[in-house]
Design a binder for this molecule. Sequence first.
Ligand code: 13P
Length: 248
Amino acid sequence: MKKIYLYGNWKMNMTVAETKKFFEDFAPVYAQFKNDSGLEVGVFAPFTSLWAAAEGAKANGVVFGAENIYFEPKGAFTGEVSIPMVKETGATHVILGHSERRHIFGESDELVAKKTKAALDAGLIPVFCYGETLDERESGHTFDVMTRQLDAILKILSPDEIRKVIYAYEPVWAIGTGKSATSEQAQEVCEWSRKLIKDPNVVILYGGSVKGSNAKELLSMKDIDGALVGGASLKPASFIEIYAEYKK
Ligand code: 13P
């Protein structure tokens, strides 16, 4: 049985009060799977809620991380948050290259690669997101775009570092739309990614409208090791339901 990674990306949701409430509700829902060694749960919180997430994550035995970082350790970078600041909370992971960072905030492949390298150098595990837009898919450029996004990190990381990264394939057209990729589409890209990365053992997640009703077909695919979940991760019941449905 493969291990399943169930990671929740809270995006710009969850105040401190809401984070505390989430973990109060989370404990009873998660209890049935708490000792399941085939599951790793993680939550990714906004910076201001990281300390509250740290407390909740520790109490429940789940991992947690930030949704972004800047690659410089400190200095005149108004509005940015450094890796040491994030690590101080006890966070072990960080989401990098999410399509919302790439497309809304203009993060380039090079910037995402610099952040990925800096995170690894500091001992944070990057959850590296990549994926194509609808236009890119429909014009037949899915694999060119993803080759460019992945090559930006593969060319600067050592084989050991490449192995430590958690990859998350998130087709932009499936994010927040309720329209997930089919399990065949997601499997095709994850299998292709594993070959491009040239390491059969890397962890590759799928993200984009994952919920209880499509969890089993997606997570049962051979090259999909788990899910990066947006909307459904904001409530413990809909978040954990994803794994419960997979196990059925
Ligand atoms: P949704 O699950 O809301 O589609 O979001 C996916 C995502 O962007 C996770 O990073």
